[in-house]
Design a binder for this molecule. Structure first.
Ligand SMILES: [Zn+2]
Length: 94
């Protein structure tokens, strides 16, 4: 499991959710910046975008787009990215 190098706290979902930069999340415990490995993180971001971008384009303009498509797809992407970090598939720099 990926942990903060500073305080050893596990990376929380809120840390991933709150970041604007997928390669740098802030530890929810000590606020230390946790750097994500550019290689494994980059591959994960690329794959996630390759899945969600076509979905967002296909359903673009459908009724209730933001609530029924955009929100769940982006939330699923965030959860997916978090799980990849948590399982150590996407690595953090120690
Ligand atoms: Zn920490």
């Amino acid at each position: 499991m990926s942990k903060c190098s500073q305080c050893d706290a596990a990376i929380s979902f809120m840390s991933v959710l709150n970041t604007v930069n997928p390669f740098k999340v802030k530890c929810s415990n000590c606020k230390e910046a946790i750097h994500i490995d550019k290689k494994s993180g980059g591959i994960a971001v690329f794959i996630i975008l390759a899945i969600i971008v076509p979905l967002l384009i296909i359903f673009y303009g459908s009724s209730g787009y933001w609530l029924k498509v955009m929100l769940p797809v982006v939330a699923a992407a965030e959860v997916g990215y978090f799980l990849l970090i948590k399982k150590g598939i996407v690595k953090t720099k120690q």
